[in-house]
Design a protein around this ligand. Structure first.
Ligand SMILES: [Cu+2]
Length: 152
């Protein structure tokens, strides 16, 4: 009996340590809903890396291709492009929002309706090259504005 209790204590200590090593937090994730035939949409959230790092890749079971995109104005045309990594300065929330950075879900396998939940996996690389995988459950929300010139 005594031995067993000691084992349990050791186990819970181990679990606590594992949880504490998570250094990236994702707040308020959401995915913009799509209409039939629409092949792409964006995921938005606030990402904070406690020690700093960069978002190097993402994936989702609902999309064939997932990229990290940046949007910017070129004259008065909104353009977006894939970026190899999104810098996450230590302790600073980086906002992914319509018109700015976003995780682009392309080659959608099905329309995404408001009320659905989309699983997205983010991979964050720290300065020492260790990688952290974050599982995000992002609710789908209805499109409230036009597509900001989202064309692929
Ligand atoms: Cu995009």
């Amino acid at each position: 009996m005594k031995l067993q209790a000691r084992h349990l204590a050791a186990l819970s200590l181990l679990l606590a340590t594992a949880a504490a090593s998570a250094q990236t937090t994702v707040k308020d994730p959401w995915v913009r809903s799509t209409v039939p035939q629409q092949m792409a949409t964006g995921m938005f959230a606030q990402i904070t890396s406690a020690k700093g790092g960069k978002l190097v890749s993402a994936s989702s079971p609902v999309a064939g291709v997932v990229e990290v995109h940046e949007m910017s104005m070129d004259g008065n045309v909104m353009k977006m492009r894939a970026i190899p990594a999104l810098e996450l300065p230590a302790g600073k929330a980086v906002e992914l929002k319509p018109g700015g950075y976003h995780v682009m879900l392309m080659d959608l396998k099905q329309p995404l309706k408001a009320g659905d939940t989309v699983a997205v996996t983010l991979v964050v690389e720290a300065a020492d090259k260790t990688r952290e995988t974050i599982e995000v459950k992002a609710p789908v929300k209805a499109m409230t504005a036009k597509m900001d010139g989202h064309k692929h």
